[in-house]
Design a protein. Structure first.
Length: 229
C-alpha cells in the first residue's frame, strides 16, 4: 500500500503470508533450564525465532521488519552445531518455547533428561540380578555339601542352567549396558563443554561491551584547534 506520493521518497509497504523473518539470539536463563535432547541444564541457550514480516521500500532501498511471532525454540550450542553440519537428516532435538495454533501459546518446561543415570541404574540392576543367581547357586551347593549325599542329575542340571543364566548376564548383557553408559557419559561431557563454552562466550561478550562502552571516547576537534595545528 503506498504511503507517500511517488518520487524519490516514495514509500511502499508489502505484506504476504509467505513473508517471514528468522533470527538466532543467545539468552541468559536463571536458574539453568533443561533442554530436550540434552543431558545438562543450560544457562545460556540459543533461541531460534520465526516471525511474520513485511517489506518496505523507500529511498530506493528495501527494508524488512519483524511482525508477530509464529514460533520460538531453544537449542544448545552443541545442537546448533549439529543442525548446521548435519543437513538432509531428520534434524536435531529442540525445545519448543512458543508456538502458534489459534493463538501464541507458551509450552511447558521439558522434564530433565538424565540418560546416564538411567543407564547406570540398568547396569546396577543387571549386576544385582547376576549376583543374586550366583548367591542362590552358592547356597544350594553349600547345603548339598553339608548333607554329604550324592546329587541327582536333575538337580545338577538346574544348577548348571542357573549358573549359565548368570554367566550370560555378565558376558553379554552387562557389556552392552556398560557400552551404553560410556556413550551416555560422553554425551554429558559434550553437552557440559558446550554449556561452559557458551557461558565463557557470554561473559566475554558482556565484559567486552561494558568495557567498550565505558572507555572508548571519540575526541572532537574545535575549529580553533584544527586551525592552530
Amino acid at each position: 500500500m503506498p504511503g507517500k506520493k511517488k518520487g524519490i521518497d516514495y514509500e511502499e509497504t508489502e505484506e504476504h503470508p509467505s513473508f517471514g523473518m528468522v533470527s538466532l539470539s543467545r539468552f541468559s536463563v536463571t536458574p539453568p533450564t533443561p533442554l530436550f535432547g540434552s543431558t545438562v541444564k543450560h544457562g545460556h541457550p540459543i533461541a531460534l525465532r520465526i516471525c511474520r514480516a513485511e517489506r518496505k521500500r523507500t529511498l530506493q532501498k528495501e527494508w524488512f521488519f519483524e511482525g508477530e511471532m509464529i514460533a520460538e525454540v531453544f537449542i544448545s550450542s552443541v545442537q546448533l552445531g549439529e543442525l548446521l553440519t548435519n543437513m538432509n537428516t531428520a534434524g536435531v532435538p529442540c525445545t519448543i518455547r512458543y508456538s502458534r495454533g489459534g493463538k501464541l501459546e507458551k509450552a511447558e518446561r521439558p522434564p530433565e533428561n538424565t540418560p546416564a543415570a538411567k543407564t547406570y541404574n540398568a547396569l546396577s540392576e543387571k549386576a544385582s540380578e547376576a549376583s543374586a543367581v550366583v548367591r542362590e547357586v552358592q547356597a544350594v551347593l553349600e547345603g548339598l555339601a553339608k548333607k554329604g549325599k550324592p546329587v541327582g542329575k536333575r538337580k545338577l542340571e538346574e544348577l548348571a542352567k542357573a549358573a549359565c543364566g548368570a554367566a550370560q548376564q555378565i558376558e553379554s548383557n552387562m557389556p552392552f549396558v556398560l557400552e551404553s553408559f560410556r556413550r551416555d557419559c560422553e554425551r554429558v561431557v559434550k553437552d557440559a563443554k558446550g554449556e561452559i563454552e557458551a557461558f565463557i562466550s557470554a561473559k566475554v561478550e558482556a565484559s567486552g561491551a561494558k568495557a567498550l562502552a565505558g572507555s572508548v571516547e571519540i575526541p572532537l576537534l574545535e575549529a580553533g584547534d584544527a586551525e592552530s595545528k
